[in-house]
Design a protein around this ligand. Structure first.
Ligand code: NAP
Length: 233
């Protein structure tokens, strides 16, 4: 039976590439997208029986719950959930004296709260899955011990909060046999990563897929890099 995978923010960037890699592995990929985009449309045309698009803004609980309700009409399990959707709303290198905080709560909602919102509604299906894996796409920017930045407060704070969410989820879901991974994907080119990044989102997606598909002890590392090597919180 093919794997059922759910990926948020799959219309562009890393989410789109992870969708392609899972399709190449024969999985059925359910994608939550907020905006229309020719790239995901082309993929749906290419794999009409293997990819299903549920339109939702991950900050809107009604839309997320409706998306999962629609998904339940197609499958009774989710093997792997990938919480990928995120925003980076900080202008770079802005000193604290000039920070505009108006977008901070929105960044927190998308990057830290929404992954939990999706888990809340997807959990019954994840419990029925064979792989029982929840992946939160995190960032090295969420590490406290390795923090080097002097700006980008909201992005870093929201990814640190996502790391805490992943840790608590793992504590809570251990007895259900569900593994949680918070993966730093590396720096790759995208609208968020900019064209200066050293690798493409396609290159970033390749080791991430292998890392997601490995078997891990439930009490093993949670915060890892694209190759599955543990990172320091
Ligand atoms: N790029 C990097 O170098 C890098 C480095 C470390 C970590 N990451 C992480 O990797 C992941 C993917 O990043 P990326 O570079 O591929 O980003 P991206 O190209 O900016 O794409 C972000 C995705 O998130 C979606 N999204 C944002 N807000 C949403 C919302 N409210 N509801 C639903 N979808 C929403 C976007 O959809 P719309 O088209 O509708 O906006 C888009 O599909 C993120 O978690 C990011 O933090 C990236």
């Amino acid at each position: 039976m093919p794997l059922d995978v759910l990926i948020t923010g799959a219309n562009r960037g890393l989410g789109l590439e992870l969708t392609k890699r899972f399709l190449e592995k024969g999985a059925i990929v359910h994608v939550i997208t907020r905006s229309e985009d020719d790239r995901i449309e082309a993929l749906i045309e290419e794999y009409p029986d293997f990819i299903f698009d549920y339109n939702a803004d991950v900050t809107d609980e009604l839309q997320v719950s409706q998306a999962l309700e629609d998904l339940r009409g197609r499958t009774d399990k989710i093997d792997i959930l990938v919480n990928n959707a995120a925003v980076h709303l900080d202008p770079e290198r802005i000193p604290i004296e000039e920070v505009d905080f108006s977008a901070y709560l929105r960044a927190f909602d998308v990057n830290s709260v929404s992954p939990l919102r999706v888990v809340k509604h997807a959990l019954p299906l994840i419990r029925s899955g064979r792989r029982k894996t929840i992946v939160n796409i995190s960032s090295e920017a969420g590490s406290l011990s390795e923090c080097w930045r002097k700006s980008e407060y909201s992005y870093c704070m929201t990814k640190a909060a996502l790391n805490m969410a992943g840790k608590i989820l793992q504590n809570a879901l251990l007895d259900d046999g569900i593994k949680v991974l918070n993966i730093h994907p590396g720096w790759f080119s995208s609208d968020m990563g900019t064209a200066e990044a050293p690798i493409t989102p396609e290159q970033a997606s390749i080791p991430i897929i292998e890392t997601i598909l490995k078997d891990y002890p439930l009490d093993g590392p949670i915060y890892v890099d694209a190759e599955g090597i543990p990172r320091s919180w």
